[in-house]
Design a protein around this ligand. Sequence first.
Ligand code: HEM
Length: 197
Amino acid sequence: MNETALESIAARSQRLKAATHATHDRLDKTIMARDIFASREKFAKFVRVQYRFHRDIDALYGNEALVALIPNLGERRRLLKIATDLSDLRQALPLPVPGKLDNGTSLPTALGWLYVAEGSNLGGTILYKLASQKLGLGSGLGASHLAAHPDGAARHWREFTKVLDSVPLSPAQEGEMVLGAEAAFRAVQGYVREEIG
Ligand code: HEM
């Protein structure tokens, strides 16, 4: 979508969705083409992708500006659940390397990365159903990080997008947020290539 068309979309979260639509679509297709539900071993490779992505953003959950801005930010952190899922699937954790983001990350960049992490819960509900149907996994075994929030994935998501839509950002900062989201999607694509092939 070109810039003029993007500017005509009223809500910032919707602009972000439109700006990253093609990137999301590519990632979604890449993952589904890898047949990650063929076996628990295959699914575990996808969980390793999730681990590496969530390790990248883990420092953000302790960032004071973000904690003040986003309701229940701590509860949105999924790294420990992903580690538990890997352990259920009898997988070692990926090698410990520092995450890509730290406490010095700017607010717009952080919001772009968090948008990708929070949005992935929406597609996550589909993946959760497939993991349950095809592999017998669930919130108590191997797929806890994909289980919907007790309030419902959609409602939990709307609480997050309300913040995205209302936080004051200049057009340049909004551009920075889009770049942050694109970088997050690219990081995940790279992990899919490395972990699943
Ligand atoms: C095969 C895997 C995936 C499928 C089938 C999938 C599917 C979906 C679906 C159905 C939605 C809801 C779209 C809507 O309500 O309009 C969604 C949203 C989203 N997904 Fe995925 N997804 C997948 C993987 C991922 C991954 C790995 C990420 C990022 C790490 C991701 C990031 C997002 C984001 C950011 C949104 C929110 C879009 C918005 O702004 O509404 N998805 N996905």
